[in-house]
Design a protein around this ligand. Structure first.
Ligand SMILES: C[S@@+](CC[C@H](N)C(=O)[O-])C[C@H]1O[C@@H](n2cnc3c(N)ncnc32)[C@H](O)[C@@H]1O
Length: 208
């Protein structure tokens, strides 16, 4: 890995280091991350989160469903200052942690925290992201209503992506959805990760 992974964040390099500091201190103290995650925050969480950035259109509205401690939503918001980010999280303590991080990072003008279950949220976005929240089939049921016309769900799935997509084929078809798997380089590492991109069949699939 690059000796200074924060360099990938350009003008936000100081802010991403501050977020890593919040995660490795209060994130662990509050029980949002396991104690062993402290040593692998950069490659496993921060750089992995921004691998999907190339699939997000310029100036998009984005909702990060089940954001937890802010992953991938907060690294993406710092990496891509053009996006308007909503961090959607159902648990009170986690949403309080997210608001604390947004306030300390001074991101209130373009990052908002909403405490709600995805199934109950009633707004639409150009892009829905989700990492480690639910199996693809269930995630699609929660997230399809959040996708605006022409919008997409980007499910960060790791090496299970193709298998999950295949297993969800019938559920997608019934809903008039299609999916493709993207293999994505993790910046600053030799690693790759995977995202499943879900769109409505009637919308053009720009990346397929
Ligand atoms: C395993 S954590 C993953 C957190 C983060 N996305 C990550 O990659 O580290 C799953 C998160 O999704 C939240 N969650 C689960 N079901 C949800 C739902 N239906 N709506 C909103 N958030 C949900 C949980 O509270 C938890 O914070």
């Amino acid at each position: 890995m690059n000796t200074d992974p924060s360099a990938h964040f350009g003008p936000a390099s100081q802010s991403i280091r501050q977020y890593v500091e919040i995660l490795s201190s209060r994130g662990i103290e509050w029980g949002l991350l396991g104690p062993r995650e402290g040593d692998r925050l950069w490659d496993r969480h921060i750089l992995n989160s921004v691998a999907v950035a190339s699939l997000i259109p310029e100036g998009a509205t984005v909702v990060d469903v089940g954001s937890g401690a802010g992953l991938p939503g907060l690294p993406l918001a710092l990496f891509r200052p053009d996006v308007m980010m909503t961090l959607l999280e159902s648990l009170l303590r986690r949403s309080e942690f997210l608001q604390l991080a947004v306030d300390e990072l001074g991101l209130q003008d373009r990052v908002r925290v909403v405490r709600a279950r995805a199934e109950e949220h009633r707004e639409c976005y150009q892009v829905v992201t989700a990492r480690a929240v639910a199996p693809l089939e269930r995630l699609v049921g929660w997230c399809e209503p959040l996708m605006e016309r022409g919008g997409a769900l980007l499910a960060l799935k790791g090496s299970s992506a193709a298998d999950e997509l295949a297993a969800s084929a019938d559920a997608l078809s019934v809903r008039g959805l299609t999916g493709v798997v993207h293999e994505l380089a993790v910046p600053g590492t030799d690693e790759v990760t995977w995202a499943v991109e879900i769109r409505r069949r009637r919308d053009r699939h720009p990346l397929s």
